[in-house]
Write a protein that binds this ligand. Structure first.
Ligand SMILES: [Zn+2]
Length: 209
């Protein structure tokens, strides 16, 4: 393929490398075609040092992070800083869908236990079953008897509720109490967008599943 030739739909006024960056940025969540163009032309004007720093940060983010073998959160060191923090309550695990949810709950400063990141929710429609989630890793953590409570902090929507029910079914026989965030979080929304006070209250007033 001749990279220099304008591809169909791309105006000849846009240089190939510029068009490719616009396309790459447009694939990111929340970035529409206009934003992708604006970011690209911003970077075009930025200093070479600034652009290199950004590229380097992207590459290092991929190369120098891994999943914590315990909580499955993204980390530079395995096990992560939360799992190795002796000050944290080892008897409670808060189960969330995504790494961003850990950030949201940490921001509230109201939770001092440990986390477990499922990396998704059960969704028969999208073909996501228990095997696709980090569920076996969760069960393995519960088997030594240290953990007494699992707080299901999946999002308050259909998939989140179904996932909480499923986890409750497999965890309860291990003698571990399963609770769910209190109602009051906006239904259908994402945990990461809940304000800190609402989220802290939902954790504090959690209920039995
Ligand atoms: Zn961890």
């Amino acid at each position: 393929m001749n990279e220099g030739a304008p591809t169909p739909g791309r105006p000849a006024a846009v240089a190939g490398p510029v068009a490719r960056l616009i396309e790459a940025l447009h694939k990111l969540p929340g970035i529409g075609p206009k934003s992708a163009q604006r970011l690209t032309y911003y970077l075009l004007r930025a200093s070479e040092a600034e652009v290199r720093a950004l590229a380097q940060a992207l590459i290092e983010m991929k190369e120098r992070t891994t999943l914590c073998s315990l909580c499955q959160n993204v980390t530079e060191d395995d096990p992560c800083g939360i799992c190795t923090d002796a000050q944290r309550d080892q008897s409670t695990i808060c189960v969330v869908e995504e790494p961003l949810d850990v950030l949201a709950i940490e921001r509230t400063r109201g939770f001092r236990g440990l986390y477990h990141v499922l990396h998704g929710v059960l969704s028969p429609m999208e073909g996501v079953g228990p095997e696709e989630l980090k569920l076996n890793e969760l069960l393995a953590r519960l088997r030594n008897g240290t953990v007494r409570e699992v707080i299901m902090a999946t999002n308050p929507n259909l998939e989140g509720e179904a996932t909480a029910m499923y986890v409750s079914r497999v965890v309860t026989p291990l003698g571990v109490r399963v609770t769910r965030l209190a109602r009051g979080l906006p239904t259908g929304s994402d945990l990461e967008y809940a304000d800190d006070v609402t989220l802290a209250r939902a954790i504090e007033h959690r209920q039995e599943v």
